[in-house]
Design a protein around this ligand. Structure first.
Ligand code: ZN
Length: 163
């Protein structure tokens, strides 16, 4: 698979950290297919959305919902979540014990590695799956979170569950 040169640049390598041994991301099969569908539907533009679930011994993602990418000018390689979409889901989840625990987005024709731009908008405690999609077909999904210092993304082990 083609990896654009910028993914080998010092700026890109600087946001990648070591794997965390302790924490895993559990993703339900419905959340997985929702992310794959969103990435395919919006290809060759970037799709993005929110992950809903709970955090206890790692991230438990039970639902993924696509949110509009407001970055229309550079939608091929940038995303900006619609804040209204965020707020309405946040509001809906209040008191349910479920919460927003991460953000997914796709990388059309690029590897599933975070970019320096992804770092700028990353929040501590959130999980960040990235869906690599080449020629409209999902090639890879990797999950990331910020490290303790909040200055690099660490790759997480991912476990897929049936529900
Ligand atoms: Zn990205």
């Amino acid at each position: 698979m083609h990896e654009p040169e910028r993914f080998k640049s010092p700026e890109y390598l600087a946001v990648l950290g070591e794997a965390s041994t302790s924490e895993a991301c559990h993703i339900s099969s419905s959340a997985l297919s929702a992310m794959q569908e969103a990435a395919k539907k919006d290809y060759p533009l970037e799709a993005c959305g929110l992950l809903i679930g709970s955090i206890n011994s790692g991230w438990q993602v039970d639902e993924a919902r696509q949110i509009e990418n407001l970055n229309k000018e550079r939608a091929a390689d940038r995303f900006q979540l619609d804040p209204a979409g965020y707020q309405s889901i946040d509001h809906e989840l209040r008191g349910t014990g479920r919460e927003i625990i991460g953000v997914f987005h796709s990388h059309p024709d690029c590897p599933a590695k975070p970019s320096p731009t992804d770092m700028e908008s990353a929040w501590e405690g959130f999980v960040y799956p990235i869906i690599s999609i080449y020629n409209g077909e999902v090639a890879d999904i990797l999950c990331w979170s910020l490290n303790e210092n909040g200055n690099r993304f660490q790759p997480l082990s991912v476990k897929y569950s049936k529900k």
